[in-house]
Design a protein around this ligand. Structure first.
Ligand code: PXP
Length: 245
């Protein structure tokens, strides 16, 4: 690996804690500011259809903050008309289209692009037309990579959740899938990101994949922040990533 892999910090769970009491503390905007000051390259936030953590005013405030400081906002969103309209209104640096089911605890599994090209392609086209980079959060499988390319995505974010949950040989096999998917994405000219479930150790593992140029990490960093503070958790993550370089 000879390039600096970017770190995007997902601040959804700051909003989860805030919403537990229905007030304004802790403020995701303050977390975003702190994350950027601590070395995050960008901010990621998922506006879920049920608004269980990030809310519409959060997205408005985060858009302004990121524009002000010249750092990218990566808006995670479901493939719906409502979310498309919101993305077109705020024009974040990138929109990452994710699957969403109301009953899930977090984003489980990648987006089914293969077989759903007719639904995803117009969405991707509308975002691209508005100057928003299109990222698709997918499983590391070759058919999803090919489909992502076919619908006009700029980026694929490979779902690392399975990798993070597996051990031993099963983990090694999943790593090969990630490597192969990333290589194919690179051949097709797609930018490759990775995320979900990453911690200091597994984030470092992802840097062994040459095509990966950005990691998006949330839950672990916000959890660590309880013990060491957000800035320190981000510094440690950056150090873990830089140690591989
Ligand atoms: N990338 C995407 C597309 C996601 O949906 C999520 C979870 O919201 C993440 C990255 C971050 O995952 P985690 O919170 O497990 O680090």
């Amino acid at each position: 690996m000879n390039h600096r892999v970017r770190l995007g910090v997902n601040i959804d769970h700051v909003a989860t804690v805030r919403n537990a009491r229905g007030g304004v503390h802790p403020d995701p905007l303050r977390a975003a500011r702190e994350a950027l000051a601590a070395g995050a390259d960008g901010i990621t936030a998922h506006l879920r259809e049920d608004r269980r953590h990030i809310t519409d005013p959060d997205i408005a405030a985060l858009s302004l903050l990121c524009a002000e400081v010249g750092r990218p906002l990566n808006l995670e969103m479901a493939a719906t008309d409502e979310m498309l309209a919101i993305a077109l209104r705020h024009r974040p640096h990138a929109a990452c289209i994710v699957p969403e089911r109301r009953e899930e605890v977090t984003t489980e599994g990648g987006l089914a692009v293969a077989g759903h090209e007719a639904r995803i392609a117009p969405l991707a086209q509308a975002l691209t037309g508005a100057g928003v980079r299109v990222s698709l959060f997918i499983e590391p499988s070759l058919d999803q990579i090919e489909a992502a390319s076919a619908v006009g995505a700029d980026i694929v974010e490979l779902h690392t959740g399975r990798y993070c949950h597996l051990n031993g040989d099963e983990r090694a096999i999943e790593f090969e899938r990630l490597e192969q998917a990333a290589a194919r994405a690179g051949e097709l000219g797609l930018e490759v990101h990775a995320g979900h479930g990453l911690d200091y150790q597994t984030a470092a593992h992802m840097l062994a994949i040459a095509e990966v140029c950005e990691l998006n990490i949330g839950h672990f960093l916000i959890g660590e922040a309880v013990f060491v503070g957000l800035a320190s958790a981000i510094h440690r993550m950056r150090a873990a990533m830089d140690a591989v370089a």
